[in-house]
Ligand binder design. Structure first.
Ligand code: CO
Length: 509
């Protein structure tokens, strides 16, 4: 008699995965605390605590016995479609993770914690040299990681694949190449027009009032405060410990209302996705987000397609004027709309307009690719940065803080992450385009401050599926098309034609 007996049942698999999730989310609490409330002196011990939990989780997950049992469980015919998907994705994840030795995971985790502190110190000193030694160590570790994971054509592919399954250098090269020409042409048309004023958002806005406004706007746009909270951090982020405990952070610039406003809406978009993941699938792949590109599509959709629309500005301007009556005197929703859509090459990625944004991402993408090839010494990063900003955006980067020290990602050990920002914006335009077709009168609803139907649509089309579909499958189901930059180009052309009074025939196609 053939031995078809499995040693692992589906319920046993589920509880094993949930124990692992408990370990991982406990670690996420430590990391969230590190970036929000932990006192400076706690840093050293905290690195050790996080490293220990990371190593434990890794050991637990890559148990060779479990890998065997998962494959046996996959042969169990009584599994339904979703259960089978959970088990097969887990088997895939285990085989990927098992390629990384435990001591490597620990070294990586410790180096990341130290790097984060070094990055903060370097920013304080406005000096890249403070961060460079640890960054060099991280890059070496990332090269090692790519080798452990295995790669074809380019070592960077191994890292890209961790954030966006199937994403490669050749796919990104093609996407960015396709974007570059029409974007540059549109930017040139805009530069030739009279600049719009942003004075409405560049005034003095008391921090405390900004904070109250941000909490109010989160509530009005659908953030569930019984299942999440907002705090402050240097670099805004979203993390979650379950679909019922989602943490976001924001930052406040007392001289710029748009900084906090759009950072808050961006993280809100991430949070709505996390709060919409099926809690019944806690700890399992179908309870997790599809990919970082899809995660970012949700933040960018709420931030830009919704938050920077004339509809949103019409709906929220009265509330903004309520919190800041003096600053808003004599202005209206359209003044605000133009101000928050001003196109201008600038230094900081997170504050960039929707057009120049892609150049910020492109620069990081090309730089990381070069670093992974090993053809650029770490100490030359500031000079590379300077030259790239000059070439793509025509601006002179004044110092490290406004240059290569602005992003937290490398200090987190995240290489290959940046491209998901451009992918996210492109998916966002495509999803929002599909939503406008699916929801009649969507813009009218947004003008009335009614976000429920859009959120519901995103929940049904994207959130509830977890990792069941890949990004591209999801995209095709929703829009009938794989990722296609035309949706984005169409959206920005229409938008800026109005804002900058561009001639119809002058719009490059
Ligand atoms: Co984001």
């Amino acid at each position: 008699m053939p031995n078809t007996e499995t040693t692992l049942t589906y319920p046993q698999y589920t509880s094993w995965m949930r124990e692992l999730a408990d370990l991982r989310y406990a670690n996420a609490v430590l990391q969230w605390d590190q970036e929000t409330y932990m006192p400076e002196a706690g840093a050293e011990r905290r690195s050790g605590q996080i490293a220990t939990l990371s190593e434990l989780a890794h050991r637990f997950f890559t148990d060779p016995q479990k890998a065997k049992e998962l494959n046996q469980l996959l042969a169990d015919n009584s599994l339904d479609e979703k259960q089978r998907k959970n088990v097969s994705l887990t088997a895939e994840d285990v085989s990927q993770q098992a390629k990384l030795p435990g001591d490597f995971v620990r070294t990586m985790s410790e180096t990341v914690s130290k790097s984060f502190q070094a990055w903060m110190d370097a920013r304080k000193a406005n000096n890249f040299a403070v961060f460079a030694p640890l960054l060099g160590k991280l890059i070496d570790l990332k090269k090692k990681e790519a080798d452990y994971l295995g790669w074809q054509a380019h070592p960077y592919n191994a890292l890209l694949n961790q954030y966006e399954k199937g994403c490669t250098v050749s796919m990104l090269d093609a996407t960015f190449a396709a974007l570059r020409a029409p974007l540059s042409a549109l930017l040139a048309k805009i530069a030739a027009r009279q600049q719009v004023s942003e004075s409405i958002v560049k005034q003095s806005f008391p921090e405390e009032t900004q904070w109250q406004f941000s909490m109010d706007l989160l509530e009005k746009m659908g953030f569930d405060f019984r299942a999440g909270r907002q705090d402050k951090s240097t670099h805004p982020f979203t993390t979650n410990f379950s679909a019922h405990d989602v943490r976001i952070t924001t930052r406040i610039d007392p001289n710029d209302l748009s900084n906090m406003t759009y950072s808050t809406i961006h993280e809100l978009g991430h949070a709505l996705y996390e709060q919409g993941l099926p809690d019944a699938e806690y700890g399992l792949p179908l309870g997790e987000f599809t990919s970082l590109g899809i995660h970012e599509s949700q933040s960018r959709l709420w931030e830009n397609n919704v938050g920077r629309s004339l509809s949103w500005c019409s709906s929220f301007f009265p509330l903004i004027a309520h919190y800041f009556p003096e600053q808003c005197a004599g202005a209206n929703a359209e003044t605000f709309y133009r101000a928050v859509n001003r196109v201008q090459p600038s230094f900081i990625r997170t504050e960039a307009d929707e057009l120049t944004y892609h150049f910020h991402v492109m620069i990081r993408y090309e730089l990381e690719k070069t670093l992974m090839e090993g053809s650029l010494p770490v100490n030359d990063i500031p000079a590379y940065w300077h030259a790239a900003y000059k070439k793509y955006l025509g601006i002179e980067v004044p110092d490290d803080k406004t240059g290569c020290l602005q992003d937290v990602h490398w200090s987190h050990g995240s290489f290959g992450y940046f491209p998901t920002y451009s992918l996210g914006s492109l998916y966002a335009a495509q999803f929002f385009g599909a939503a406008e077709i699916a929801i009649p009168g969507l813009q009218k609803q947004l003008s009335a401050g009614n976000f429920g139907q859009l959120l519901n649509w995103l929940r049904q089309e994207i959130h509830i599926h977890g990792r069941f579909f890949t990004s591209e499958e999801l995209c095709k189901r929703i829009s009938g098309d794989t990722l296609n930059i035309n949706w984005f180009m169409q959206y920005v052309k229409e938008k800026y034609r109005f804002i900058y009074s561009l001639e119809e025939e002058a719009i490059p196609s």
